[in-house]
Design a protein around this ligand. Structure first.
Ligand code: 0A1
Ligand code: ZN
Length: 849
């Protein structure tokens, strides 16, 4: 598995496939240690090819025999594939290989999870199943026969026959191999049905183990909503007779959009009020939508090569964000997306792992399923939509589906659709796909004779391999407020295209207060000097809900910065402004819960670093805690009222309005536990009938060191529920005091229920440590060492998950010399581990710079 000399692959080297595939017939004879896969593939030379070499990818399998047009051949085989002589005309390839799903701990290809067989082929897992041209621009029609004693045998497309010990499936839609899927297991289905807008009846199933059948209803509902939404908003209808979802316990990612057979990490589909929190419900709804939406953006139109990953992922994330906004409210959704972008993408864009939305090279493609490709990729589409307008966006998408259905497309194709349908030149806009790094926009302004001038300057710091940056096209949504908070200029989108540019607003009676980057109209860092009074004013009056929230965050951040750097006391102006804002019954509860959340410790470290300071995680932790206490005391009366008045009665509903009330009461509860002690939280813990309130109460208790008994009670009650126990593990790591976090993590790895081979469990223990900032970044380096030790161990089993977790080191340059030295040591320790995977080796190499 470990390549001696990993190859770098470049976008510029793309060449079309030498041979195309018409049809693929696969027969699987399933057995844990020796599954046989017989393939029959019809190839034809590609008229557009630049070579005639016949190369099939393949690894971790043994070839039993191979034939071309019925005649046995002996290909030359390497660790990564095979090659042989072929006719210069269409021909039939047949082969039989043997693979061992039970030995597949990487969870790529065909593997086993709790006695069931399942597959994960994106990006390059199919080559572990049989020899094949495993690249997304080779699209073929698949027919699959599965032979096994297990009761449920599934593959892509429509079922075409089944009997005792076998089933056959046919997928009429040509697809790349990465969308192939197979599942075999002792499963039962939660069933449903959907009639498409043209009247096609579709059978829907969520396949689970028997114990989980009570956790499927919400997912089924989310699936139906997604199907309807894609018809109504994008005019896209489902195209098979059946849509299957399967829940799998061991899964490297969230879920996978295999044609007609989506495979889900059980944490991304299973939910009941007793076991799932409101955030779980929201996440599940979004992931089900995301995978379903891929049916058009990803499957019907796929990617020419893996450099184009953002073509399907950026667009599909953008679509799932629109969907969640429509389902649950756009204001809060935009805030949540901005928080996540800043928490996960900004550190990536500003560290050694920085790469363009469309990368230009990679060693291991699994390392590029990143926040930049996904979330920044979605932001780029949001900007495009803002620039061309909603109607033009819709026509461009219609053209995209018309023009490229059934194809493997590129970012050039995507942009050409917008250019052709709007007449706009997008050459400069394309830089968003090519240049890495987060642009900084510096704002200055002036007011003379009734004319207000905004001067915007953009600058993007250099990133690895890209020292020179050219200006981006940046849509900057701006509104101007008058003295009483009235809107004197409503939201206007300014197009910043040059390094520096001025924008004038004439005929004003007085100097306005600008509200800039409304709705977070571009993924940039805004630098403007605002007084505390202006921030408080915007928090109270800005009609743009995003910027009102942003103003509150800026005010909080300024106060926290003074506490961290200058030992200042909590800012009274912030406390007053916050108290006023949360008392406003006009504002929706979910929104007020967002107002109550302080900028994270990670966000503060990032902001301090950006302002030229070296952040001290312990001081950040202490100031954060002190400000939380100050809020608790300052707002006690109103928080206590909010807690009482927004309690819900009646049966649990996971809908946005009920979830918003729980978010508000739980935010209040956390503060009230600081000011008033544990009694409210203990009472809520004892009486909660849903996981949202139970977990929030437990977390509030742990935050004041009063959760020991509750923690044991929780464990005793939930020890049989894997997904709930993941929360129990993760919460302890997250809420540990900085000096205890490493010890707590270490102790939990000794817990009998810690199973490091299950990715979810590993992530909820070892993977939770980096999220405890002060605990992970302990000055003596113990956090780094613990992570390094575990990643080395995990890498031998599951390179993809291990490589992903090395990103905990991506903020290295932010910290002081001592911490940097410890981080480097930890990375070097990983780098020199014997037999390190290509995945992790590439990451560590990039991290070390
Ligand atoms: N296309 C999937 C993401 C995905 C990628 C790799 C995987 O391998 C374990 C799994 C899933 C999505 O965007 O949902
Ligand atoms: Zn996706």
């Amino acid at each position: 598995m470990n390549d001696a000399s990993p190859q770098t692959i470049y976008l510029k080297d793309y060449t079309p496939p030498a041979y195309l595939v018409e049809t693929v017939e696969l027969t699987f004879r399933l057995a844990p240690a020796a599954t046989r896969v017989v393939s029959r593939i019809s190839f034809r030379p590609n008229p557009d090819a630049t070579t005639k070499d016949f190369v099939l990818h393949g690894s971790d399998m043994s070839l039993l025999w191979a034939k071309i047009d019925g005649a046995e051949i002996t290909p030359s085989i390497s660790a990564t594939g095979l090659t042989c002589e072929v006719p210069n005309a269409p021909f039939i390839w047949e082969a039989e290989v043997e693979i061992a799903p039970d030995a597949n701990t990487a969870l790529e290809g065909l593997y086993m999870s709790n006695g069931m067989y399942c597959t994960q082929c994106e990006a390059e897992g199919f080559r572990r199943i049989t020899y094949y041209p495993d690249r997304p621009d080779v699209m073929a029609v698949f027919t699959v026969r599965i032979e096994s004693d297990l009761p449920v045998l599934l593959s892509n497309g429509n079922p075409t026959g089944s009997g005792e010990g076998w089933a056959e499936w046919h997928d009429p839609w040509p697809k790349p191999a990465y969308l192939f899927a197979l599942v075999a297991g002792d499963l039962i289905a939660h069933t449903g049905s959907f009639t498409t807008q043209s009247g096609r009846d579709v059978a829907l199933n969520i396949w689970v183990r028997e114990d989980d059948i009570g956790k499927c209803a919400f997912g089924m509902d989310a699936l139906k909503k997604s199907m309807r939404w894609d018809e109504e908003v994008y005019g896209r209808e489902y195209d098979l007779d059946i849509f299957n979802i399967v829940a799998v316990d061991d899964f490297n990612a969230g879920a996978m959009e295999n044609k007609g057979l989506n495979i889900f990490n059980s944490s991304a589909v299973l939910a009941s009020p007793e076991t799932a929190t409101d955030s779980d419900f929201e996440r599940i709804e979004a992931i089900i939508a995301h995978e379903y939406f891929h049916n058009w953006t990803g499957n019907r139109i796929t990617c020419r090569d893996w450099f184009q990953l953002c073509l399907k992922e950026g667009l599909t994330v953008f679509r799932d964000q629109q969907f969640t906004g429509d389902m649950r409210g756009h204001a809060v959704k935009r805030i949540v997306d901005a928080i996540d972008l800043r928490a996960f993408q900004f550190p990536e864009d500003n560290g050694t792992l920085s790469h363009p939305v469309r990368p230009e090279s990679f060693v291991e493609i699994n390392n590029f399923y990143t926040a930049t490709v996904y979330e920044k990729g979605a932001e780029v589409i949001g900007m495009l939509k803002r620039l061309v307008g909603d109607a033009a966006y819709q026509s461009a998408l219609d053209l995209y589906f018309d023009r490229h259905d059934g194809e493997a497309a590129t970012i050039e194709d995507w942009l050409a659709v917008f250019e052709d349908s709007t007449g706009r030149d997008l050459a400069q806009f394309k830089r968003w796909y090519q240049q890495a790094g987060t642009p900084r926009i510096t704002v200055t302004d002036s007011f003379v004779d009734g004319t207000y001038t905004l001067h915007l300057a953009q600058e993007t710091p250099s990133t690895p391999g890209q020292s020179v940056k050219h200006p981006f096209v940046i849509p900057v949504a701006v509104g101007l407020l008058g003295q009483n908070g009235q809107e004197v200029v409503p939201t206007t989108v300014l197009e910043l295209t040059q390094a520096e540019q001025s924008f004038h607003f004439e005929g004003l009676s007085g100097r306005p207060l600008p509200s800039i980057l409304r709705g977070f109209s571009a993924p940039v860092i805004l630098k403007q000097s605002q007084t505390g009074a202006e921030q408080a004013f915007l928090l109270a009056h800005d009609t743009d809900p995003f910027n009102a929230w942003e103003a509150g965050q800026n005010l909080a951040r300024a106060g926290l910065t003074a506490m961290i750097l200058d030992d200042a006391k909590p800012d009274r102006a912030f406390l007053d402004a916050l108290r006023l804002a949360i008392a406003d019954e006009e504002k929706d509860p979910a929104y007020r819960a967002m107002l109550l959340a302080l900028p994270s410790q990670e966000n503060l470290a990032q902001a301090l670093f950006d302002a030229g300071h070296t952040p001290d995680p312990d001081r950040i932790y202490a100031s954060h805690k002190a400000l939380r206490e100050a809020i608790a005391n300052h707002c006690q009366a109103i928080l206590s009222r909010l807690y009482d008045e927004h309690q819900l009665t009646g049966p649990f509903s996971p809908d946005a309005s009920a979830a918003g009330k729980r978010a508000l009461t739980n935010a209040a509860l956390r503060y009230l536990s600081l000011s008033d002690g544990p009694s409210r939280a203990q009472a809520q813990f004892d009486t909660a009938d849903n996981m949202t309130q139970q977990l929030a109460a437990l977390s509030a208790l742990l935050s004041i060191d009063a959760g020991r008994d509750a923690l044991s009670a929780f464990e005793a009650h939930w020890s049989k529920d894997r997904l709930v126990m993941n929360k129990w593990f993760a919460l302890q790591v997250a809420s540990a005091e900085p000096e205890n976090a490493v010890a707590v993590t270490e102790a939990l790895t000794q817990h009998p229920a810690f199973n490091w081979k299950n990715p979810n469990r590993f992530r909820s223990v070892v993977g939770a440590l980096p999220r405890n900032q002060a605990g992970f970044h302990r000055a003596d380096g113990a956090g780094y060492r613990l992570l390094a030790d575990w990643l080395i161990r995990l890498d031998a089993m599951n390179p993809m998950v291990a490589a992903r977790m090395t990103t905990a080191f991506q903020t290295m340059s932010r910290w002081d010399a001592g911490r940097q030295a410890h981080m480097r040591d930890a990375l070097r320790q990983i780098a020199t581990a014997p037999g390190l995977s290509r995945d992790t080796a590439e990451m560590v190499d990039r991290l070390l710079g």
